[in-house]
Design a protein around this ligand. Sequence first.
Ligand SMILES: [Zn+2]
Length: 602
Amino acid sequence: MNFGRKLTNCRMCDSTDLYEFLDLGFLPPADRILNDERMNEPEIHFPLKVAQCQNCGLTQLTYVVAPEILYGEAYSYESSITETGKKHFFDMADSILEKFALKNNDLIIDIGSNVGILLEGFKRKGLRVLGIDPAPKIAEIANKREIETWNGFIDKNISELIVNKKGRAKIITATNVFAHIDDKQGLIESIKILLEEDGIFIIEVPYLADLIDNLEYDTIYLDHLEYLSLKPLIKFFEKHGFEIFDVEKYSIHGNSIRIFISRKNFMNISENVYKLLELEEKKGIYDKNNLDEFARKVCVHKKEFLELVYELKKQGKKIVGISAPAKGNTLLNYCKIHNHHIDYMTEKSKIKLGYYTPGMHIPIIEEENLLRDNADYGIIFAWNFADEIIKNPINQEFLRRGGKFIKPIPKPIIMETNIENLRKNDISINKEHIEIKEFKDIKEIRNNSGFTESDNYIEIKKDIEKTENLFGVKLKKIDPIFIDNRGIITDLLNEPIKNVGLITTEKNAIRASHYHKKSWQYSYILQGKFEVLIAPYDQPINVKKIVINPGELITIPPLVIHQFKAIEKAIMINMESESRAEQGYEDDTIRVKIYDKSELNL
Ligand SMILES: [Zn+2]
């Protein structure tokens, strides 16, 4: 079996003068998640070391794993998962369309097109699109989404086939994939075949200067053969008859640069190119001392991150991972954080569920699980999407219950809700509600022994006998029993009732969000409409939505969470089998956050 090769010469200029400055140890491929079967087989690890070419400045891994190992069946990166990611690609398509005059029939090719989000951005504007992706599962998803995608590695053969069938491309894009391609010579030959004379090749790659500045060392993994900057790329493209004529900076996977390339002397070279080159020199990203300093900081980070995890385990805390991106595996494997430190990782991407992370073998499970047990800390491995991840309703509820997040990069910090602020303003948890703490703060709290466990209503619920009939909620239109000139008589109910209330509710106001241990509740709507969310008491995310109208009676048995939202100003008669007047009501009523399924994207 071909595992790969040790790099002896610079991939771009062929120099043998490579300065190795960072060694992250032996790691498994970051996207190679394991199923139960593969968990019983040997798992291969590769050296993960980074060197910089002293001739052209290209920063690159010193070992190149065979692409068949990296992008075979087990490859699992699905790019469209986050809203931030989707928006980024749609914006990218729009901005390219704005920048260059394209005609409707022009062909756009995306290399490493994944599930086709960027191409979708072009397609919806009427352009012809074609994706090329080496991962069979991913290409299949793309084709199902009606983004034509050929499964394969980019090379001369596939390029000639494309030109025969589709013609040449006006724009070729490669986002977060250029640095994955070992055979750059072959890539350039393919681009020459595929690209129209006046066509433009656009690559987007994470930017080395930002990686160094923000200590984003977790973005170093075996798939990423290079950590790109402008200087080596300019030389490289020049050698092959191309020219970088513009560059833009974007913030997505950490921070990225978007580079625009044409055949030589086709375009005017933008100021941006010279400015960024100057900045690279000023920052000293080609200076050996700075590279050594970066490597030292990486070591310090590992120590701090491990200390935090160990401290929390000493305190008996339960730690889980929020999101399971490839980069998380660099962090886990380099820091040696195992499945006895982290119970599981939650993940939105369906294709990863039921698998284990490479190397550290942490199970990857559905994000709903976060609310089913009592995790104390959630490490956000996709820290570049932290803002979005925190807005996710499940994570909101985790915070509300006293759960804390850890953002590991560039310095591990703890994010927790300031409960005091929250009670006054109970809508959603945002930045103002979150307090940032560091390792030292966590330690102090323990030593002062002022630390109390957050209230946890899952514990309370354990006492209650579980009802087999999960919902049992009934909705009934009540027909009048007698109508004449004097008016209407309607029988609402024939059940033992200890309390009757008349309740008005303003439009959009929310009531209840609780369940009763014993009391049955019957609500008859006189006026207005309610949207009612119901769920079993022990499954607050197993939610159903009912709309109730005037003249309808909803019967809610004990142990069913209910939440009423008035769609319009409403009046109802509320009847309960237990008395509200006594102390018993509060004891009987357990407040629970319930979810609207649409919020959850289930
Ligand atoms: Zn070089």
